[in-house]
Design a protein around this ligand. Structure first.
Ligand code: MN
Length: 188
């Protein structure tokens, strides 16, 4: 892809997949410590180690003025009562906002900042969530189909996963008798 001259590539809007974009896959075993129910985590990883999410991005050079963009696909599933989700991250350049447009599926975008302000924005096809500057973000699939979103952000922003890997987000989204519920994360 020629980032100096421009290009066009294809994405499937239903699945979020692209043969031409650069793909990254996250298996459940790569998310150790991120789900509350460690027994359920161990059983699932030993049995099938499911693909939890993947993203397809342009592979934009991390330069000021360039824009990173692509799709994120979170598959349906649960670890215990907790729905499949992305690891979530802050940007290394913390003051970086990021819009997400939901293309398919249903779920939530969970956001929180260092001061503890948080929100859970509903994702359904056509909904655009604006993740503001300074907020960590994680998408969660509460449905039965893949949750597909399109994202874009400044390409030099970087990703900081470490802060989230320690304790996670302040809130969890769990299945309570068949419906999603937002509950406190006991690690906080
Ligand atoms: Mn981001």
């Amino acid at each position: 892809m020629d980032f100096l001259k421009g290009f066009a590539i294809g994405f499937d809007l239903k699945t979020g997949l692209s043969k031409e974009a650069k793909s990254t896959k996250r298996l459940l075993s790569q998310m150790k410590g991120m789900y509350t129910d460690e027994a359920a985590f161990s059983i699932l990883t030993a049995a099938s180690d499911p693909l939890v999410y993947e993203f397809h991005e342009l592979g934009t050079p991390e330069d000021a003025g360039d824009v990173a963009a692509g799709t994120s696909i979170v598959y349906p599933g649960k670890v215990g009562s907790e729905y499949f989700m992305t690891k979530g991250h802050f940007h290394t350049i913390t003051d970086t906002a990021e819009p997400y447009l939901c293309l398919a599926g249903e779920g939530y975008m969970l956001t929180e900042n260092a001061a503890g302000d948080w929100a859970a924005h509903r994702l359904t096809p056509g909904a655009m969530v604006y993740v503001p500057k300074g907020y960590a973000h994680r998408s969660i699939n509460t449905g039965t189909e893949p949750l597909v979103t399109f994202f874009a952000f400044r390409a030099d922003a970087g990703h900081d996963y470490g802060t989230i890997e320690e304790k996670g987000f302040r809130k969890l989204i769990v299945d309570e008798r068949g419906s999603p519920a937002i509950v406190d994360n006991q690690k906080w």
